[in-house]
Design a protein around this ligand. Structure first.
Ligand SMILES: [Zn+2]
Length: 261
């Protein structure tokens, strides 16, 4: 029986792979994604509900307006005006983090603002997180987890709506596993790709992409300190990352026309 299930799993996997090659915009990297955009969107909405149930929403109009202003400019720069974008600020000065769920649901914790400091710094973080979402890195990671589980016939369970396996796999894949005690940082390829897309989105939104260097250099110094912000545990940085950003800047600057904003 077990052999049969395994065979069926492999058959299903082959079918899925044949129909599941996606391409990342701008970088043109080919990726294997086993989750269709509708399922991904539904998963994003489920998690959004969970977060909103527990979170204390920030009401400070100065902060909320700034996050919405920067966020919408980046969202428009992605060209994905079909997505139901939403920017929520969570009042939590102890948490230095931000993320974007599929479907453009963006969350910013007030604790990240002492590191972003100004609009340009915030645009660096939001454009990077939105870059992960546009490139569907979470779906790609979830696909990898599913492939790893197929042999144990967990694919069906993992995709069953409302199942614990599904929400657990989702949280880990989308970099939200810290609450489960499982941190799976984005791969280096995905990190560099999110930087790449982020620089282009920043520039198109009218924010100087050279500001990203200022932000990441600041984070590099923070990383050497005694208290490391959450954002850095998911986004470890080093001189190589800074060098890669420098190499990407000439391309990003061709999209930078601040006089149009
Ligand atoms: Zn990242």
């Amino acid at each position: 029986m077990k052999g049969k299930i395994r065979k069926f799993g492999l058959y299903l996997l082959t079918l899925l792979i044949l129909s599941s090659c996606a391409t990342v915009p701008f970088t043109q990297r080919k990726q294997l994604i086993l989750i269709d955009p509708q399922t991904e969107l539904a998963l994003g909405l489920e998690v959004r509900e969970e977060i909103l149930k527990k979170a204390k929403i920030c009401k400070d109009p100065r902060i909320v307006n700034m996050v919405n202003k920067v966020g919408w400019r980046i969202a428009e720069a992605t060209g994905r005006t079909d997505l139901p974008w939403e920017f929520t600020v969570i009042d939590d000065p102890e948490t230095a983090n931000a993320f974007c769920l599929p479907g453009g649901k963006v969350f910013v914790y007030t604790g990240i603002l002492k590191y972003t400091r100004d609009e340009n710094g915030l645009s660096t973080v939001l454009a990077h997180e939105i870059g992960h979402a546009i490139a569907r890195h979470g779906a790609e990671r979830l696909s990898m987890l599913l492939v790893a589980q197929v042999g144990e016939d967990a694919l069906a369970a993992a995709l069953e709506k409302g199942s614990e396996a599904r929400s657990k796999a989702f949280l880990i894949a989308y970099g939200l596993g810290a609450q489960l005690g499982v941190i799976l940082p984005y791969s280096r390829i995905q990190e560099y790709e999110a930087d790449h897309l982020g620089l282009i989105f920043m520039a198109k939104a009218g924010y100087d992409p050279r500001g990203a260097l200022v932000f990441w250099n600041r984070m590099l110094r923070e990383q050497k300190g005694y208290k490391i912000p959450e954002f850095l545990s998911d986004h470890p940085t080093d001189e190589k990352r800074i060098e890669a950003i420098k190499r990407l800047l000439p391309e990003a600057l061709t999209y930078y026309h601040p006089e149009n904003k």
